[in-house]
Design a binder for this molecule. Structure first.
Ligand code: NAD
Ligand code: WQD
Length: 343
Protein backbone atom coordinates (compact mmCIF):
# COMPACT_ATOMS: atom_id res chain seq x y z
CA UNK A 1 0.00 0.00 0.00
CA UNK A 2 1.34 3.41 -0.95
CA UNK A 3 1.22 5.58 2.13
CA UNK A 4 0.43 8.90 0.52
CA UNK A 5 -2.05 8.25 -2.30
CA UNK A 6 -5.29 10.18 -1.85
CA UNK A 7 -8.38 9.92 -4.03
CA UNK A 8 -10.04 13.27 -4.57
CA UNK A 9 -13.54 12.99 -6.00
CA UNK A 10 -14.65 16.19 -7.70
CA UNK A 11 -10.99 17.23 -7.76
CA UNK A 12 -11.41 19.10 -11.06
CA UNK A 13 -13.87 21.50 -9.42
CA UNK A 14 -13.38 24.82 -7.69
CA UNK A 15 -12.50 23.72 -4.16
CA UNK A 16 -11.13 20.35 -5.29
CA UNK A 17 -8.53 21.83 -7.64
CA UNK A 18 -7.19 24.16 -4.93
CA UNK A 19 -7.05 21.22 -2.54
CA UNK A 20 -5.08 19.14 -5.05
CA UNK A 21 -2.41 21.86 -5.04
CA UNK A 22 -2.21 21.88 -1.24
CA UNK A 23 -2.10 18.07 -1.11
CA UNK A 24 0.86 18.07 -3.48
CA UNK A 25 2.53 20.83 -1.42
CA UNK A 26 2.11 18.64 1.66
CA UNK A 27 3.71 15.61 -0.04
CA UNK A 28 0.56 13.63 -0.87
CA UNK A 29 -0.01 11.92 -4.19
CA UNK A 30 -3.56 12.80 -5.29
CA UNK A 31 -5.67 11.03 -7.92
CA UNK A 32 -8.68 12.90 -9.26
CA UNK A 33 -11.98 11.17 -10.04
CA UNK A 34 -14.45 13.52 -11.74
CA UNK A 35 -17.10 13.26 -14.45
CA UNK A 36 -16.48 16.86 -15.62
CA UNK A 37 -20.18 17.66 -15.17
CA UNK A 38 -19.23 21.03 -13.72
CA UNK A 39 -15.58 21.38 -14.64
CA UNK A 40 -13.14 21.31 -17.48
CA UNK A 41 -10.17 19.11 -18.24
CA UNK A 42 -8.03 22.24 -18.69
CA UNK A 43 -7.93 22.48 -14.88
CA UNK A 44 -5.19 19.82 -15.00
CA UNK A 45 -2.95 22.24 -16.90
CA UNK A 46 -3.49 24.92 -14.26
CA UNK A 47 -2.60 22.48 -11.49
CA UNK A 48 0.48 21.39 -13.41
CA UNK A 49 1.54 25.01 -13.87
CA UNK A 50 1.50 25.49 -10.10
CA UNK A 51 2.82 22.16 -8.87
CA UNK A 52 4.98 21.02 -11.83
CA UNK A 53 3.20 17.71 -11.43
CA UNK A 54 0.97 15.74 -13.77
CA UNK A 55 -1.93 14.60 -11.63
CA UNK A 56 -3.62 11.27 -12.40
CA UNK A 57 -7.17 11.82 -13.60
CA UNK A 58 -10.02 9.34 -14.01
CA UNK A 59 -13.12 10.54 -15.84
CA UNK A 60 -15.86 8.62 -14.06
CA UNK A 61 -19.41 9.28 -12.92
CA UNK A 62 -19.39 8.13 -9.31
CA UNK A 63 -23.16 7.78 -9.19
CA UNK A 64 -22.70 4.79 -11.53
CA UNK A 65 -21.98 1.97 -9.10
CA UNK A 66 -20.12 -0.28 -11.57
CA UNK A 67 -17.91 2.54 -12.78
CA UNK A 68 -17.21 3.60 -9.21
CA UNK A 69 -16.31 0.05 -8.19
CA UNK A 70 -13.97 -0.28 -11.15
CA UNK A 71 -12.09 2.94 -10.61
CA UNK A 72 -11.63 2.27 -6.90
CA UNK A 73 -10.24 -1.22 -7.58
CA UNK A 74 -7.65 0.47 -9.74
CA UNK A 75 -6.68 2.80 -6.89
CA UNK A 76 -7.30 0.54 -3.93
CA UNK A 77 -3.87 1.38 -2.53
CA UNK A 78 -5.12 4.86 -1.60
CA UNK A 79 -5.02 5.77 2.10
CA UNK A 80 -7.77 8.35 2.06
CA UNK A 81 -10.59 9.94 0.11
CA UNK A 82 -11.68 13.56 0.00
CA UNK A 83 -15.20 13.56 -1.39
CA UNK A 84 -16.05 16.83 -3.14
CA UNK A 85 -18.04 15.35 -6.03
CA UNK A 86 -21.58 16.74 -5.94
CA UNK A 87 -23.93 19.00 -7.81
CA UNK A 88 -24.23 22.26 -5.86
CA UNK A 89 -26.69 24.73 -7.38
CA UNK A 90 -29.43 25.37 -4.83
CA UNK A 91 -32.03 26.69 -7.32
CA UNK A 92 -31.36 23.95 -9.86
CA UNK A 93 -31.83 21.34 -7.13
CA UNK A 94 -35.35 22.65 -6.51
CA UNK A 95 -36.10 22.20 -10.24
CA UNK A 96 -34.39 18.79 -10.52
CA UNK A 97 -34.57 17.11 -7.11
CA UNK A 98 -34.24 13.53 -8.37
CA UNK A 99 -31.14 14.38 -10.37
CA UNK A 100 -29.59 15.96 -7.27
CA UNK A 101 -30.47 13.10 -4.93
CA UNK A 102 -29.27 10.54 -7.42
CA UNK A 103 -26.01 12.30 -8.14
CA UNK A 104 -25.08 13.35 -4.62
CA UNK A 105 -26.44 10.47 -2.55
CA UNK A 106 -25.68 7.59 -4.95
CA UNK A 107 -22.13 8.90 -5.39
CA UNK A 108 -21.55 9.04 -1.66
CA UNK A 109 -22.94 5.55 -1.06
CA UNK A 110 -20.92 4.09 -3.92
CA UNK A 111 -17.76 5.73 -2.61
CA UNK A 112 -18.43 4.49 0.94
CA UNK A 113 -18.94 0.95 -0.35
CA UNK A 114 -15.62 1.15 -2.16
CA UNK A 115 -13.88 2.40 1.00
CA UNK A 116 -15.26 -0.54 2.93
CA UNK A 117 -14.28 -3.05 0.24
CA UNK A 118 -10.71 -1.81 -0.01
CA UNK A 119 -10.14 -0.79 3.62
CA UNK A 120 -9.47 2.79 2.75
CA UNK A 121 -10.04 4.16 6.22
CA UNK A 122 -9.87 7.95 6.03
CA UNK A 123 -12.74 9.94 4.60
CA UNK A 124 -13.39 13.68 4.35
CA UNK A 125 -16.87 14.88 3.36
CA UNK A 126 -17.74 18.30 1.90
CA UNK A 127 -20.60 19.61 3.95
CA UNK A 128 -21.97 23.09 4.18
CA UNK A 129 -23.08 25.80 6.60
CA UNK A 130 -26.42 25.47 4.82
CA UNK A 131 -27.22 22.77 7.43
CA UNK A 132 -27.64 25.54 10.05
CA UNK A 133 -30.40 27.28 8.05
CA UNK A 134 -31.36 30.59 9.67
CA UNK A 135 -29.44 30.37 12.94
CA UNK A 136 -31.10 31.54 16.13
CA UNK A 137 -27.76 32.35 17.70
CA UNK A 138 -24.53 33.65 16.15
CA UNK A 139 -21.81 32.65 15.60
CA UNK A 140 -22.76 29.04 14.88
CA UNK A 141 -20.84 26.29 16.61
CA UNK A 142 -20.74 22.67 15.46
CA UNK A 143 -23.36 22.01 18.13
CA UNK A 144 -25.81 24.64 16.86
CA UNK A 145 -29.11 23.07 15.85
CA UNK A 146 -29.47 21.69 12.34
CA UNK A 147 -32.54 23.25 10.68
CA UNK A 148 -34.78 21.49 8.19
CA UNK A 149 -33.21 21.80 4.73
CA UNK A 150 -34.83 24.33 2.41
CA UNK A 151 -33.65 22.73 -0.84
CA UNK A 152 -32.89 19.25 -2.17
CA UNK A 153 -29.24 20.33 -2.44
CA UNK A 154 -29.14 21.28 1.25
CA UNK A 155 -30.87 18.04 2.09
CA UNK A 156 -28.20 16.01 0.30
CA UNK A 157 -25.67 17.52 2.72
CA UNK A 158 -27.83 16.82 5.79
CA UNK A 159 -28.65 13.28 4.70
CA UNK A 160 -25.00 12.79 3.76
CA UNK A 161 -23.92 13.76 7.28
CA UNK A 162 -26.57 11.49 8.83
CA UNK A 163 -25.51 8.51 6.74
CA UNK A 164 -21.90 9.06 7.74
CA UNK A 165 -22.70 9.46 11.41
CA UNK A 166 -24.64 6.19 11.41
CA UNK A 167 -22.09 4.33 9.32
CA UNK A 168 -19.22 5.45 11.57
CA UNK A 169 -21.13 4.46 14.72
CA UNK A 170 -21.18 0.72 14.02
CA UNK A 171 -18.77 -1.20 16.14
CA UNK A 172 -16.67 -2.77 13.41
CA UNK A 173 -16.28 0.40 11.36
CA UNK A 174 -12.63 0.93 10.58
CA UNK A 175 -13.40 4.09 8.63
CA UNK A 176 -12.79 7.47 10.24
CA UNK A 177 -14.67 10.46 8.86
CA UNK A 178 -14.55 14.22 9.16
CA UNK A 179 -17.38 16.34 7.78
CA UNK A 180 -16.23 19.84 6.98
CA UNK A 181 -18.95 22.49 6.96
CA UNK A 182 -17.78 25.20 4.59
CA UNK A 183 -19.09 28.72 4.90
CA UNK A 184 -18.77 30.86 1.74
CA UNK A 185 -15.61 30.01 -0.24
CA UNK A 186 -14.44 32.74 -2.62
CA UNK A 187 -11.22 33.87 -4.32
CA UNK A 188 -8.65 31.97 -6.31
CA UNK A 189 -5.06 30.74 -6.25
CA UNK A 190 -2.60 33.63 -6.42
CA UNK A 191 -0.97 32.19 -9.56
CA UNK A 192 -4.27 32.82 -11.43
CA UNK A 193 -3.83 29.35 -12.93
CA UNK A 194 -6.90 27.90 -11.19
CA UNK A 195 -10.10 29.45 -9.85
CA UNK A 196 -13.87 29.20 -10.00
CA UNK A 197 -15.40 28.30 -13.38
CA UNK A 198 -19.12 29.01 -13.13
CA UNK A 199 -21.24 27.59 -15.94
CA UNK A 200 -23.78 30.07 -17.30
CA UNK A 201 -25.14 32.90 -15.18
CA UNK A 202 -23.57 32.70 -11.71
CA UNK A 203 -25.79 32.40 -8.66
CA UNK A 204 -23.09 33.21 -6.15
CA UNK A 205 -22.08 36.71 -5.19
CA UNK A 206 -18.40 36.80 -6.13
CA UNK A 207 -18.53 35.40 -9.66
CA UNK A 208 -21.52 37.63 -10.40
CA UNK A 209 -19.65 40.63 -9.03
CA UNK A 210 -16.44 39.99 -10.99
CA UNK A 211 -18.39 39.26 -14.18
CA UNK A 212 -20.20 42.58 -13.71
CA UNK A 213 -16.95 44.47 -13.13
CA UNK A 214 -15.46 42.99 -16.30
CA UNK A 215 -18.55 43.83 -18.35
CA UNK A 216 -20.12 40.40 -18.96
CA UNK A 217 -23.07 41.27 -16.74
CA UNK A 218 -24.74 44.66 -16.80
CA UNK A 219 -25.39 45.12 -13.11
CA UNK A 220 -25.06 43.28 -9.83
CA UNK A 221 -28.30 42.95 -7.90
CA UNK A 222 -27.85 43.26 -4.14
CA UNK A 223 -30.58 41.07 -2.75
CA UNK A 224 -32.27 43.02 0.05
CA UNK A 225 -31.26 46.01 2.17
CA UNK A 226 -33.90 45.61 4.84
CA UNK A 227 -32.23 42.87 6.88
CA UNK A 228 -31.66 43.45 10.56
CA UNK A 229 -27.92 44.04 10.03
CA UNK A 230 -25.83 47.24 10.40
CA UNK A 231 -26.13 48.23 6.71
CA UNK A 232 -29.30 46.24 5.97
CA UNK A 233 -27.64 43.71 3.62
CA UNK A 234 -27.19 40.02 4.44
CA UNK A 235 -24.11 38.75 6.26
CA UNK A 236 -21.96 35.72 5.40
CA UNK A 237 -18.62 34.27 6.44
CA UNK A 238 -16.48 34.49 3.30
CA UNK A 239 -13.43 32.23 3.36
CA UNK A 240 -10.49 32.22 0.93
CA UNK A 241 -10.56 28.99 -1.08
CA UNK A 242 -6.85 28.41 -0.39
CA UNK A 243 -7.44 28.61 3.38
CA UNK A 244 -10.22 26.09 2.86
CA UNK A 245 -7.95 23.84 0.79
CA UNK A 246 -5.29 23.92 3.52
CA UNK A 247 -7.88 22.85 6.08
CA UNK A 248 -8.53 19.69 4.07
CA UNK A 249 -4.89 18.69 4.29
CA UNK A 250 -4.91 19.29 8.05
CA UNK A 251 -8.11 17.28 8.55
CA UNK A 252 -6.92 14.41 6.36
CA UNK A 253 -3.57 14.24 8.13
CA UNK A 254 -5.38 14.19 11.49
CA UNK A 255 -7.24 11.07 10.36
CA UNK A 256 -4.24 9.36 8.81
CA UNK A 257 -2.25 9.94 12.00
CA UNK A 258 -5.25 8.67 13.99
CA UNK A 259 -5.37 11.89 15.99
CA UNK A 260 -9.16 12.03 15.73
CA UNK A 261 -11.10 11.87 18.98
CA UNK A 262 -14.00 9.89 17.51
CA UNK A 263 -14.74 8.08 14.26
CA UNK A 264 -17.03 10.88 13.17
CA UNK A 265 -16.05 14.51 13.66
CA UNK A 266 -17.50 17.74 12.31
CA UNK A 267 -15.73 21.07 11.89
CA UNK A 268 -16.86 24.51 10.77
CA UNK A 269 -14.57 26.06 8.20
CA UNK A 270 -14.94 29.81 8.18
CA UNK A 271 -13.05 32.91 9.26
CA UNK A 272 -15.38 33.61 12.17
CA UNK A 273 -16.09 37.05 10.76
CA UNK A 274 -19.32 38.06 9.06
CA UNK A 275 -19.35 40.55 6.19
CA UNK A 276 -22.33 42.15 4.52
CA UNK A 277 -22.89 42.20 0.76
CA UNK A 278 -22.07 45.92 0.71
CA UNK A 279 -18.84 45.26 2.63
CA UNK A 280 -17.83 42.70 0.02
CA UNK A 281 -18.47 45.23 -2.75
CA UNK A 282 -16.44 47.86 -0.84
CA UNK A 283 -13.61 45.39 -0.31
CA UNK A 284 -13.59 44.56 -4.03
CA UNK A 285 -13.50 48.25 -4.98
CA UNK A 286 -10.73 48.93 -2.46
CA UNK A 287 -8.56 45.95 -3.36
CA UNK A 288 -8.88 46.32 -7.15
CA UNK A 289 -9.53 50.02 -7.79
CA UNK A 290 -12.53 48.96 -9.95
CA UNK A 291 -16.08 50.26 -9.58
CA UNK A 292 -19.03 47.88 -9.34
CA UNK A 293 -22.32 48.80 -10.96
CA UNK A 294 -24.88 47.55 -8.47
CA UNK A 295 -28.49 48.10 -7.53
CA UNK A 296 -30.40 47.15 -4.43
CA UNK A 297 -33.35 44.92 -5.24
CA UNK A 298 -35.74 42.71 -3.25
CA UNK A 299 -34.51 39.90 -1.06
CA UNK A 300 -33.79 36.59 -2.79
CA UNK A 301 -36.28 33.96 -1.61
CA UNK A 302 -34.72 31.40 0.69
CA UNK A 303 -31.76 33.58 1.75
CA UNK A 304 -30.89 33.74 5.43
CA UNK A 305 -30.15 37.06 7.12
CA UNK A 306 -26.81 36.28 8.69
CA UNK A 307 -24.56 33.30 9.27
CA UNK A 308 -20.94 33.09 10.37
CA UNK A 309 -18.83 30.47 12.07
CA UNK A 310 -17.59 29.98 15.57
CA UNK A 311 -14.08 28.82 14.73
CA UNK A 312 -12.98 27.77 18.22
CA UNK A 313 -13.27 24.02 17.64
CA UNK A 314 -11.31 24.07 14.35
CA UNK A 315 -8.62 26.25 15.92
CA UNK A 316 -8.25 24.24 19.10
CA UNK A 317 -8.74 20.71 17.76
CA UNK A 318 -7.42 20.92 14.21
CA UNK A 319 -4.89 23.64 14.93
CA UNK A 320 -6.10 25.39 11.79
CA UNK A 321 -7.22 28.98 11.23
CA UNK A 322 -7.60 31.16 8.17
CA UNK A 323 -4.71 33.41 7.13
CA UNK A 324 -6.19 35.47 4.29
CA UNK A 325 -8.48 38.50 4.68
CA UNK A 326 -11.44 39.71 2.64
CA UNK A 327 -9.36 42.11 0.53
CA UNK A 328 -7.06 39.27 -0.49
CA UNK A 329 -10.12 37.19 -1.39
CA UNK A 330 -11.72 39.87 -3.57
CA UNK A 331 -8.40 40.85 -5.19
CA UNK A 332 -7.64 37.24 -6.10
CA UNK A 333 -11.15 36.70 -7.49
CA UNK A 334 -10.59 39.73 -9.72
CA UNK A 335 -7.14 38.62 -10.87
CA UNK A 336 -8.67 35.26 -11.85
CA UNK A 337 -11.60 36.86 -13.69
CA UNK A 338 -9.19 39.03 -15.70
CA UNK A 339 -7.04 36.03 -16.52
CA UNK A 340 -10.09 34.08 -17.70
CA UNK A 341 -11.04 36.90 -20.05
CA UNK A 342 -7.51 37.33 -21.37
CA UNK A 343 -6.88 40.69 -19.67
P1 NAD B 1 -17.65 22.27 -8.23
O1 NAD B 1 -18.91 22.05 -8.98
O2 NAD B 1 -16.70 23.28 -8.74
O3 NAD B 1 -16.88 20.89 -8.05
C1 NAD B 1 -17.54 19.67 -7.92
C2 NAD B 1 -16.90 18.68 -8.89
O4 NAD B 1 -17.55 17.42 -8.74
C3 NAD B 1 -17.04 19.10 -10.35
O5 NAD B 1 -15.78 19.06 -10.97
C4 NAD B 1 -17.99 18.05 -10.95
O6 NAD B 1 -17.70 17.79 -12.30
C5 NAD B 1 -17.75 16.86 -10.03
N1 NAD B 1 -18.86 15.92 -9.94
C6 NAD B 1 -20.16 16.20 -9.67
N2 NAD B 1 -20.89 15.07 -9.67
C7 NAD B 1 -20.03 14.05 -9.95
C8 NAD B 1 -20.18 12.64 -10.11
N3 NAD B 1 -21.38 12.06 -10.01
N4 NAD B 1 -19.09 11.91 -10.38
C9 NAD B 1 -17.87 12.48 -10.51
N5 NAD B 1 -17.67 13.80 -10.38
C10 NAD B 1 -18.74 14.58 -10.10
O7 NAD B 1 -18.07 22.62 -6.71
P2 NAD B 1 -17.19 23.16 -5.51
O8 NAD B 1 -17.63 24.55 -5.24
O9 NAD B 1 -15.77 22.88 -5.73
O10 NAD B 1 -17.77 22.26 -4.34
C11 NAD B 1 -17.14 21.08 -3.93
C12 NAD B 1 -17.96 20.45 -2.82
O11 NAD B 1 -18.10 21.38 -1.75
C13 NAD B 1 -19.38 20.04 -3.22
O12 NAD B 1 -19.71 18.86 -2.54
C14 NAD B 1 -20.21 21.20 -2.71
O13 NAD B 1 -21.53 20.80 -2.45
C15 NAD B 1 -19.48 21.54 -1.44
N6 NAD B 1 -19.68 22.92 -0.98
C16 NAD B 1 -19.43 23.96 -1.82
C17 NAD B 1 -19.63 25.25 -1.38
C18 NAD B 1 -19.41 26.45 -2.29
O14 NAD B 1 -19.91 27.52 -1.99
N7 NAD B 1 -18.67 26.31 -3.38
C19 NAD B 1 -20.08 25.50 -0.06
C20 NAD B 1 -20.31 24.42 0.76
C21 NAD B 1 -20.11 23.12 0.30
C1 WQD C 1 -24.02 35.41 -0.69
C2 WQD C 1 -24.75 36.69 -0.34
C3 WQD C 1 -26.95 36.84 -1.29
C4 WQD C 1 -25.71 36.96 -5.45
C5 WQD C 1 -24.87 29.48 -1.25
C6 WQD C 1 -25.58 28.20 -0.92
C7 WQD C 1 -24.90 27.51 0.22
C8 WQD C 1 -23.41 27.35 -0.03
C9 WQD C 1 -22.77 28.61 -0.50
C10 WQD C 1 -22.97 25.18 -0.91
C11 WQD C 1 -26.22 36.47 0.00
C12 WQD C 1 -26.05 37.91 -1.85
C13 WQD C 1 -25.71 36.90 -4.07
C14 WQD C 1 -26.11 38.18 -6.08
C15 WQD C 1 -26.44 39.17 -3.93
N1 WQD C 1 -23.14 26.41 -1.08
N2 WQD C 1 -26.07 37.98 -3.32
N3 WQD C 1 -26.44 39.23 -5.29
O1 WQD C 1 -26.55 32.08 -0.63
O2 WQD C 1 -24.80 32.40 1.17
O3 WQD C 1 -24.88 30.31 -0.10
O4 WQD C 1 -23.52 29.17 -1.58
O5 WQD C 1 -23.15 24.50 0.05
O6 WQD C 1 -25.52 26.28 0.37
O7 WQD C 1 -26.91 28.50 -0.57
O8 WQD C 1 -24.09 32.33 -1.24
O9 WQD C 1 -22.86 33.62 -2.93
O10 WQD C 1 -25.25 32.98 -3.40
O11 WQD C 1 -24.77 34.70 -1.68
O12 WQD C 1 -26.77 40.16 -3.24
O13 WQD C 1 -26.16 38.27 -7.30
O14 WQD C 1 -24.74 37.54 -1.49
O15 WQD C 1 -28.23 37.37 -1.07
O16 WQD C 1 -26.54 37.38 1.01
P1 WQD C 1 -25.20 31.84 -0.15
P2 WQD C 1 -24.23 33.39 -2.42
Amino acid sequence: MSDNKIIVTGGMGYIGSHTIVELVNAGYDPVIIDNLSNSNVSVLEGIKGITQRKIAFEEVDLSDSNACREVFSKHKDAVGVIHFAALKAVGESVEQPIRYYKNNIFSMINVLEALTTHHIDNFIFSSSCTVYGEPKKLPVTEKSPIQPATSPYGNTKQVGEEILQEAMAIEDSTIRTISLRYFNPIGAHKSTLIGELPLGIPNNLLPYLTQTAIGIREQLSVFGSDYNTPDGTAIRDYIHVVDLAEAHVVALTRLIKKQNKSNYEVFNLGTGKGNSVLEVIKSFERSTGEKVNYKIVDRRPGDVEAVYADTTFAREELGWATKRDLDEMTASAWAWEKKLRGQ
